[in-house]
Design a protein around this ligand. Structure first.
Ligand code: F6R
Length: 241
């Protein structure tokens, strides 16, 4: 694992966006796995800026988002569809036909997972998977458990995840109870993984995930088995590693 620590959020954002933009510049047809949440916002901002300056075009990329809530409409401001449009897709020239986000409103969620898995299979391999980290060690919405699923599946969100995400909603009762998420098998199949973590409140879980035992009770610890992981940390989240 290549662990990089940054003294400022701006430098971390520039480094993250630089890695993503560099990949797109060297391979315009790159397949990117994307994440939502608070962590990648600044990286997306930098990426949009790089695009506005005319330094990178996204018109031939393919993207797959990690996850989506079940049961909120795609135009709900906190849906991950809306998030991605707001922070990235509406500002760049990516082709909507090659942007993929699981549909948390599908009538048949099991069938939707199969559809998403088939699209991922068609794409062969994600070149770079961007990940944030949950306080409980989740990646995507793969929550700690005695066993983890390989492919896309429906997940019941842990209460700690719902309370962490309540900051984006008016009230915790509005936070969905379920989500669709790519499985850890798909995540680990990516050629390269870019894990980004910020904040003192994640220092302990960063330490556990990167240096502790490999266990499904800390899904991010499975990243230790991957041959090409780059970790971007701010100084607070990286305090213990
Ligand atoms: C988001 C995702 C989640 C988040 C994690 C951290 O698509 O899959 O695993 O990356 O919950 O969230 P933030 O960045 O809001 O702290």
């Amino acid at each position: 694992m290549n662990i990089l620590k940054f003294e400022s959020q701006q430098k971390l954002n520039e480094a993250g966006a630089g890695i993503l933009a560099g990949l797109v510049q060297t391979n315009p047809r790159v397949v990117l796995g994307l994440a939502t949440g608070g962590t990648p916002v600044g990286i997306y901002e930098e990426l949009v800026d790089t695009h506005r300056k005319g330094m990178v075009s996204f018109k031939s990329i393919t993207t797959f988002n990690l996850d989506e809530y079940v049961g909120i409409s795609t135009d709900h401001p906190e849906s991950y569809h809306a998030y991605m449009n707001h922070h990235l897709f509406s500002h760049i020239d990516a082709n909507p036909a090659r942007i993929h986000i699981p549909d948390g409103n599908a009538a048949d969620l099991k069938q939707e997972c199969e559809r998403y898995n088939a699209l991922l299979d068609d794409a062969k391999q994600i070149d770079l998977q961007l990940l944030g980290l949950g306080h409980n060690g989740h990646i995507g919405f793969n929550e700690p458990d005695h066993a983890l699923m390989s492919g896309t599946h429906v997940v019941k969100l842990k209460e700690e995840t719902r309370s962490a995400n309540a900051r984006f909603f008016n009230h915790i009762d509005e936070v969905p109870t379920h989500a669709l998420t790519m499985g850890v098998g798909t995540i680990l199949k990516a050629k390269m993984i870019l894990l980004v973590v910020r904040g003192a409140d994640k220092a302990e879980i960063v330490h556990q995930a990167l240096t502790g035992p490999i266990t499904t009770e800390c899904p991010a610890s499975l990243l230790q088995t991957h041959p090409h992981v780059v970790v971007l940390l701010d100084s607070e989240s990286g305090r213990l590693v």
